[in-house]
Write a protein of this length. Sequence first.
Length: 143
Amino acid sequence: MTKVMATGVFDILHLGHINYLNQSKALGEDLVVVVATDLNAQKSGKKLVFSESARREMVSNLKMVDEAIVGNHGDIFKTVELLKPDIITLGFDQKFDEKQIEEECAKRNIKVRVVRCKKFDSTDPVGTRMIKRKIVEMEGIRA
């Protein structure tokens, strides 16, 4: 059975997330989604709407997801060591280098393939920032 690990913040779920997770699920039988901790998301400049436990709960209820967990807030590779996935998927806009991930996993004796998923094109807002901007625009709020 091929285990696929997808990662992300998943703060405001949108069609881009659904597309990413569907692409991830298509690569194997078992899709485990690692939701970023509040601390890790905030370190990368994200202003969160939902807590890590709420984000994990929302993701775990998506039909393509077999399991959803909150990641490690220190060494992100500890989660990879725990799950031992065959494939790690990245969203098209995630700022990780595929080769660096594969090399770090190899140092930890984890043989993994890293796959960058394709961008989802839509006329609807498909990114969290786009959705937030649209809400501000609709409500006439000044940022």
